[in-house]
Design a protein around this ligand. Structure first.
Ligand SMILES: Nc1nc2c(ncn2[C@@H]2O[C@H](COP(=O)(O)OP(=O)(O)OP(=O)(O)O)[C@@H](O)[C@H]2O)c(=O)[nH]1
Length: 301
């Protein structure tokens, strides 16, 4: 986490350049990653937080990795969260591992209607311990809590697993928005606390905070039904092919018009076909390269 505008945080609409150079529009930045099996709802979770909307319709699996920024204010401190949405599919793991190292927080999602996504949480935690910083903040989230009729993982099972690993836990719904903002606010509070810890400041316990604030399915009508937010379909990818040189502005435009990421239908092919995806396989690979550059620059001594 840094107290000044981050070098890589230049892609989205909250660009610090709109403010005078000496007056950034935030006080702290933190990198957060969304992890979990394919289909648990990571992209929808991010879109719900960023735009207050739910991506309904056919599931389109993420290819690679991308990020969005959002500034939240906690206790008067503006925290810019750089939120990375990763592809849950196994074949993209080597790409996403490289991004764990400088993440301050990880939101680890499973789908309460999908047992294997819950069973795989232990494997995700093993990967996290292997690739992430030792003091990374981890939060376990049981998503799709709105689909109570298809629930196969009890809330208590999520709680038990979280307790075993000493991480905060709550059930969420990217569809209704239940606990989505709370997850990010809790992370922002923890990052703020870590950045400015002073002797006289009361300690902040993220698990206690989450327990005291979280909503449970069925606790109120707004937790179980979609809010008044927009219900967009996934964006149609009709962007013209990029030329051979890609500027950061252009990449930013793609990001805006493609949604959060370069996506492809779930399939066993290594890359999406040109027929079902407006970007060619070559362009998908190109996108990886571009996205990894800022990370490497940040780590350069
Ligand atoms: N009912 C319900 N459906 C959800 C929720 N979150 C996501 N979905 C649906 O679940 C499917 C998968 O959502 P995504 O957000 O694309 O999943 P993902 O985890 O990003 O998947 P990958 O990109 O492959 O890693 C989509 O059809 C969503 O509409 C939720 O909270 N409730």
């Amino acid at each position: 986490m840094t107290g000044t505008p981050g070098a890589a945080a230049t892609r989205d609409g909250e660009a610090p350049e709109r403010s005078p150079p000496c007056s950034p529009s935030y006080d702290l930045t933190g990198k957060v990653m969304l992890l979990g099996d394919s289909g648990v709802g990571k992209t929808c979770f991010l879109i719900q937080f960023k735009d207050g909307a739910f991506l309904s319709g056919t599931f389109i699996a993420t290819v690679g990795i991308d990020f969005r920024n959002k500034v939240v204010t906690v206790d008067g401190v503006r925290v810019k969260l750089q939120i990375w949405d990763t592809a849950g599919q196994e074949r993209f793991r080597s790409v996403t591992h490289a991004y764990y190292r400088d993440a301050q927080a990880l939101l680890l999602l499973y789908d309460i209607t999908n047992k294997s996504s819950f069973d795989n949480i232990r494997a995700w935690l093993t990967e996290i311990h292997e690739y992430a910083q030792r003091d990374v903040v981890i939060m376990l989230l049981g998503n799709k809590a709105d689909v109570s009729s298809e629930r196969v993982i009890r809330s208590e099972d999520g709680e038990m697993l979280a307790r075993e690993y000493g991480v905060p836990f709550m059930e969420t719904s990217a569809k209704t928005g239940m606990n989505v903002e709370l997850a990010f606010l809790a992370i922002a509070k923890e990052l703020k606390y870590r950045a400015g810890r002073q002797a006289e400041e009361p300690s902040f316990q993220i698990r206690d905070y989450v327990e005291s604030q979280k909503k449970r399915p069925g606790c109120c009508p707004s937790c179980d039904s979609p809010g008044p937010g927009r219900q967009p379909q996934r964006p149609t990818r009709t962007q013209p092919a990029p030329s051979d040189l890609i500027s950061s502005e252009r990449l930013s435009q793609w990001g805006e018009s493609w949604g959060t990421q370069c996506t492809a239908p779930r399939s066993s092919r290594p890359y999406p076909s040109a027929r079902s995806f407006s970007a060619s396989p070559g362009r998908v690979k190109y996108l990886y390269v571009i996205l990894m550059i800022p990370n490497d620059i940040e780590r350069a001594p």
